[in-house]
Design a protein around this ligand. Structure first.
Ligand code: HEM
Ligand code: HEM
Length: 136
């Protein structure tokens, strides 16, 4: 298995663990529901999407019988997706607990944009792999 596929799967499981702590914390202490966005995106961009990236990078090229178009792009996607997610959720949380929430909006959005760039890399790499012209 490629290193980036294994790393995506490893990180997705770590995010599931952290997200479930946030989930239980919201049940135990309802005011923490202000961090619902953190819980939902640890789950959906962390656990769910990263598990799909990892399994997808391993399996989809094999299904189509073609190598992944760019392993380097997949490695870059791994870093952008993780930096984007952690940055977005960290600065969102600082915004929730800061008296001046607006201060953190721009930087939260910048990390969100980084996350979107990582999604674009997956989109491009996977589609160009699946729909590459066959050699025969
Ligand atoms: C230990 C497991 C989990 C617990 C205790 C938990 C708990 C919670 C709680 C308390 C909320 C806030 C509900 C509210 O607005 O009052 C919530 C929201 C949410 N959770 Fe979880 N959750 C868990 C696992 C998951 C998983 C595995 C996923 C997705 C794969 C998920 C996705 C979401 C989403 C998308 C929301 C936002 C829903 C909305 O806006 O209405 N959760 N969860
Ligand atoms: C670039 C990636 C993404 C960004 C920047 C982003 C951003 C956001 C924002 C700003 C909200 C509103 C939060 C609020 O009301 O305070 C939101 C809500 C939501 N997003 Fe995303 N999102 C992304 C990806 C995704 C993905 C991939 C999924 C599902 C697989 C998803 C599912 C949801 C759900 C279910 C909600 C409503 C629950 C909540 O309020 O937490 N998002 N998202």
């Amino acid at each position: 298995m490629d290193r980036f596929a294994r790393n995506f799967i490893g990180m997705s499981i770590v995010y599931l663990f952290i997200a479930s702590i946030f989930g239980v914390a919201m049940l135990v202490y309802p005011p923490m529901t202000g961090l619902k966005f953190v819980h939902s995106h640890l789950n959906l961009l962390g656990w769910v999407s990263m598990m799909i990236y990892g399994v997808g990078y391993h399996i989809l090229p094999r299904f189509t019988g073609r190598p992944l178009k760019s392993p380097k792009m997949a490695e870059t996607q791994f870093w952008l997706a993780n930096i984007g997610l952690i940055g977005m959720l960290l600065f969102y949380t600082l915004g929730v607990y800061s008296p001046d929430r607006g201060l953190y909006t721009g930087i939260t959005a910048a990390f969100g944009l980084l996350e979107a760039v990582s999604i674009f890399l997956f989109f491009f790499n996977m589609l160009t792999t699946i729909f590459a012209k066959s050699e025969e």
